[in-house]
Design a protein around this ligand. Structure first.
Ligand code: BT5
Length: 246
């Protein structure tokens, strides 16, 4: 994916995902093109959520992919590859780093990275994917989010060179993307499942406004979370159908 990839750096912008979308509308940027920003004025999370970051303290970037080998029904593989890549990078520096389904990265019970995947579908193919990544690196104070935020600096006490971190992180994501394109998807999914936050633990979840006890058991082929409930039944939840409690 990396060969010939483009790189665009903006000292500030609205959202790197939006910039990547504009690049795609203007032409065909090479696969692996990165748009990075030092500051986002309108950083986006999912469903209208905001992604906030101090200027020049964290990684804020988007990668363009053309996952032509995937059917739209298989699009969760991209999310798994990106999540695993970020987690691979972080586990070399910190312990207890898990993937919170569908695409947050937590260190302990604190969120260190968020991923916003935007796919453009056409019929039976995925035309392109924008994977937006916010990874907290050197910032030491955050607003009171739920779950609370953390950063590499808060966890290790060290300062990190952002461009070196981006290079190393990109290489980890690249490896997982190659794995996604060359290996059985079951293998990627199995690795994703073993790294899930709260796997095989009883916790309270919320669905349809009601709380219930459940245990995360798996993620199915379409990316739904599979929970065991107290009655011993297995139930699948798609995005937006279930909330974690903290
Ligand atoms: C995400 O959404 O976690 C996806 C975030 C993706 C951000 C990147 S930055 C580069 C690219 N360009 C963009 O515009 N976006 C992507 P979600 O799961 O909806 O979580 C958002 C929630 O996380 C917010 O509502 C806050 O509660 C919390 N939050 C905001 N900023 C945070 C931070 N820096 N660290 C931890 N939590 C944060």
């Amino acid at each position: 994916m990396t060969a010939g990839a483009g790189f665009i750096y903006k000292t500030e912008t609205g959202s790197t995902n939006t910039d990547a979308r504009i690049l795609l509308q203007a032409g065909d940027p090479p696969e692996g093109t990165i748009v990075q920003a030092g500051f986002q004025m309108a950083g986006r999370g999912r469903k209208g959520n905001k992604w906030e970051s101090n200027r020049n303290e964290n990684l804020l970037f988007s990668i363009i992919f053309y996952p032509k080998m995937l059917e739209p029904s298989e699009q969760f593989n991209i999310s798994m590859a990106v999540s695993l890549g970020i987690r691979d990078y972080l586990e070399t520096m910190i312990s207890d780093c898990k993937i919170k389904w569908p695409n947050d990265i937590l260190a302990g019970n604190r969120k260190i990275a968020g991923i916003l995947i935007e796919n453009t579908l056409s019929g039976s193919s995925i035309l392109n994917t924008i994977a937006g990544i916010g990874l907290n690196i050197n910032q030491e104070r955050f607003q009171d989010y739920i779950p609370p935020a953390t950063s590499l600096k808060m966890l290790t006490g060290k300062n990190y060179d952002l461009q070196l971190s981006l290079k190393e992180l990109y290489s980890c994501i690249d490896k997982r993307y190659v794995q996604m394109t060359t290996c059985r998807h079951d293998q990627l999914r199995e690795e994703y499942i073993t790294r899930l936050y709260r796997l095989n633990e009883w916790h309270t979840f919320i669905s349809d406004g009601a709380g219930f006890k459940g245990k995360i058991k798996s993620v199915d082929e379409s990316g739904c979370l599979v929970l065991e409930t107290e009655s011993g039944r297995f139930q699948n939840f798609s995005f937006g159908e279930i909330k974690f409690t903290y």
